[in-house]
Design a protein around this ligand. Structure first.
Ligand code: GAL
Length: 434
């Protein structure tokens, strides 16, 4: 349509409208807006009521959940930046990092003992008795039943119904940290996948390396010069086999594939099958989630995905992409695992603002149900120590579904369609029913 012709169609409308017509048109529009507004207020009120009711219901059923929600504040005073940071810290230092994260990455920080408490403060479940029993201390050394720190980083937990036992699989990183080249990320050669078992999620028996690195064949995915990260295991009920998926890469992270291994026993040994790039795409940080209808979905977009399902809704945590440096976690929700996923905000509560913006100085890896309390979970994360990766710590915190999200949603006129998921900071906490 030519410009002249368009004008032909526009002008008459303006000219034909007399004052009365314009007035009644605005009145109709205004009442419509008012009606929609009232409708949204009503739905918000009922939604708030529903969410609140849900919390009250759960709290009244499980009074101990309240204890999990009593967060602790952190009063970490970050000292003014020193002119000369240690070399790894200056390498990692980045404008987008908060002062706390830059301090955290500085090997010579005077707060080092706060971020990475030493062996004197280690938690030994075998020795801890009475009042100290069953307490998690995020960030402190956590000893296995033989009194040693265990290696299960970037890990996940399988609950094995057959043996009524939890198995924790993760990266076995007990080797020297180095850089393959000047610009490369800090790394430890592949040693394998470590596994620990437990009946109560607190005392862990070291089961050793269940999938080992390849020492000689350089063309093998598991050659020690490559990368093996974030292993997770599920049980295939049809075949009875234990199936492990993991991130397989070369030292420069250009292969970007997922690897698969299997075993007849949860404690291995696992046999390595092959690696693949899902639909030909890059795949780095990944997770494995076994749905309640038996479907399995692997691989997500951001980093460090950790997934769970509650009352038919899927929830996922992810981190931003900043290597070993901590950043802000986000929670997402979806009706179907295939999406659409909506972002519902930063799930962290307590500590202090900088702590919350850095996921309590950790990065998500897995979520497991908190035994016996529906809607409550354990959020598993890694506090990476890029200067000495084997010394990275585990951060386990309570996670509860309920409450309003803190970020307005795009497609819902700003009103939330999902409850909030919250991760509560505690220096020390324990499972309510132990
Ligand atoms: C992180 C990732 C880790 C590891 C690291 C290497 O972003 O979550 O699993 O790959 O980068 O720098």
């Amino acid at each position: 349509m030519g410009g002249e012709e368009q004008n032909k169609y526009r002008k008459p409308i303006a000219f034909l409208c007399d004052a009365g017509y314009r007035c009644s048109k605005s009145a109709v529009v205004l009442s419509l807006v008012g009606f929609l507004f009232m409708l949204q207020l009503y739905s918000l009120a009922t939604h708030r009521g529903a969410v609140k009711g849900d919390i009250q219901l759960r709290v009244s059923r499980h009074p101990l959940v309240r204890e999990l929600e009593q967060v602790e504040e952190e009063n970490i005073q970050v000292p003014p930046p020193r002119k000369k940071r240690s070399p790894p810290a200056s390498k990692w230092r980045h404008k987008r990092n908060t002062a706390l994260v830059n301090e955290f990455l500085d090997e010579n920080s005077q707060l080092r003992h706060v971020f990475f408490p030493d062996m004197k403060t280690a938690i030994d479940p075998v020795k801890a008795a009475g009042n100290e029993s069953h307490y998690y201390h995020p960030g402190k050394f956590w000893l296995d039943t033989e009194g040693n720190p265990f290696q299960a980083h970037g890990g996940g937990i399988l609950y094995d119904e057959r043996s009524a036992t939890y198995y924790w699989y993760g990266e076995y990183k007990d080797g020297p940290t180095y850089r393959a080249h000047k610009k490369g990320a800090a790394r430890v050669d592949v040693i394998g996948v470590g596994c620990c078992s437990s009946k109560d999620l607190w005392k862990w028996k070291n089961q050793g390396i269940v999938l080992a690195a390849e020492q000689t064949n350089e063309a093998h995915d598991l050659h020690k010069s490559n990368v093996l990260e974030r292993p997770k295991v599920v049980c295939n009920e049809r075949t009875g086999k234990y199936v492990m998926w993991m991130h397989i890469d070369d030292a420069n992270y250009t292969k970007a594939a997922v690897g698969i291994a299997f075993s007849d026993h949860p404690t291995g040994p696992f046999e390595y099958l092959r690696s693949q790039r899902p639909h030909g795409f890059d795949s780095r940080d990944m997770t494995l989630f076994k749905d309640d209808d038996g479907r399995i979905m692997v691989g997500q977009r951001r980093e460090a995905p950790a997934l769970f399902k509650y009352q038919g809704t899927y929830y996922m945590f992810t981190s931003g992409c900043s290597g070993w440096a901590p950043n802000e976690a986000l929670a997402h929700a979806a009706e179907s695992i295939m999406g659409t996923w909506e972002t519902i905000g930063n799930p962290c509560i307590g500590g202090n603002k900088m702590f919350r913006l850095a996921t309590f100085l950790a990065q998500s890896t897995f979520v497991i149900p908190l035994p016996g309390i529906p809607g409550s979970y354990i959020f598993m994360a890694d506090r990476w120590n890029p200067a000495e990766l084997r010394d990275s710590r585990y951060v386990w915190l309570p996670l509860i579904v309920g409450g309003l999200p803190d970020r307005p949603l795009e497609f819902n006129l700003g009103f939330p369609s999902w409850p909030r998921v919250s991760i509560y900071w505690h220096r020390k906490w324990r499972l309510p029913l132990t």
